[in-house]
Design a protein around this ligand. Structure first.
Ligand code: GDP
Ligand code: K
Ligand code: MG
Length: 293
């Protein structure tokens, strides 16, 4: 029996719906989703297995102009996604006009590998607007096959998936057939906590935060987690904790609920807040947190 496998890498501007799409393909909440830019900091692999195929989706950070070392690493993840792709998925959203990075855009329009251009969030547009957008993007990226979709409402996602299967090369599987991702369990704990921080804290706080799960002890029916919330300054520590600990308590409760669903077990979670001065600009700290490649 012939077998297909390959890398399908999803790239685009911040907030267009890349993580929502990957989760829709995989059927699991692997990537965290919020309405804030820079929610996704890593390249996250989501694997879809079938009897005669294995699709390796990569969700990547939105393309931005790096302002500090962490963002440089984030853009390195995007660069790597251009290098090993068998199919490129370039996602834009309705109403979006310009790509923010010319170099990346040139790579897309001169790509030698197949490009699927997904015009996302069509649930937010009317027919006239949609037609205008389709024409605009066909002109901008003539080498791409264009699909209007709604990742959120799962509209046209199946059609895109079927097309991807057609485009994939013949290849044996890269990962075991029961694998869902390449990331360890602790990664998903870190990300779930970070999602709650993105949701509940304003301005600079979420961007100054990194999570490190120090302990992940799995028993038959319970997982015990100890997680460290790192901030850059003492004032941020106070904000994270909140009045009498109320703010951090809410993060803990919501993270626990999500993690119980994700792992299918009872979760016990303890969190600590620590100042790690200017970790975002510190190459050594970034390596420690998995941002080098
Ligand atoms: P990313 O930054 O490209 O990974 O985008 P996310 O997947 O994090 O989504 C950013 C925001 O857009 C979130 O609030 C999503 O719920 C929302 N979103 C994603 N896809 C759609 C869609 O098809 N329609 C609508 N209306 N919203 C969407
Ligand atoms: K986002
Ligand atoms: Mg994302």
């Amino acid at each position: 029996m012939s077998h297909k496998a390959g890398f399908v890498n999803i790239i685009g501007n911040p907030n267009v719906g890349k993580s929502t799409l990957m989760n829709a393909f995989v059927g699991e909440r692997l990537s965290i989703i919020t309405s804030k830019a820079q929610t996704t900091r890593h390249r996250i692999l989501g694997i879809v297995n079938g009897e005669d195929f294995q699709v390796l989706f990569s969700d990547t950070p939105g393309i931005i102009k790096p302002a500090y070392e962490l963002q440089n690493s984030m853009m390195d993840f995007v660069k790597s996604a251009f290098e090993d792709a068998d199919v490129l998925v370039y996602m834009v959203e309705v109403g979006e006009k310009e790509l923010k990075d010319e170099a990346f855009f040139n790579k897309i329009i001169h790509s030698k590998i197949p490009v699927l251009l997904l015009l996302n969030k069509i649930d937010k547009s009317n027919q006239e607007q949609l037609e205008e957008q389709v024409n605009l993007w066909k002109e901008k990226v003539p080498n791409a096959e264009l699909y209007p979709i709604s990742a959120l409402e799962n509209f046209n996602v199946k059609e895109v998936f079927d097309r991807i299967l057609e485009l994939l090369p013949e290849s044996p599987a890269y990962y075991p057939k029961d694998a869902l991702t390449d990331k360890p369990e602790r990664f998903f704990v870190n990300e779930t906590i970070r999602e709650k921080i993105l949701l509940h804290y304003d301005k600079e706080i979420p961007y100054a935060v990194e999570i490190e799960t120090e302990e992940f002890k799995e028993d038959d029916d319970i997982i015990r987690i100890k997680a460290l919330i790192m901030v850059e300054r003492e004032t941020q520590k106070g904000i994270i904790i909140g009045h009498k600990g109320s703010a951090i308590k809410r993060v803990g409760i919501e993270a626990r609920q999500d993690l119980e669903k994700f792992f299918g077990k009872q979760i016990h979670i303890e969190m600590f807040v620590k100042v790690n001065k200017d970790w975002r600009s510190n190459a050594y700290q970034l390596r420690r947190f998995g941002y080098n490649q």
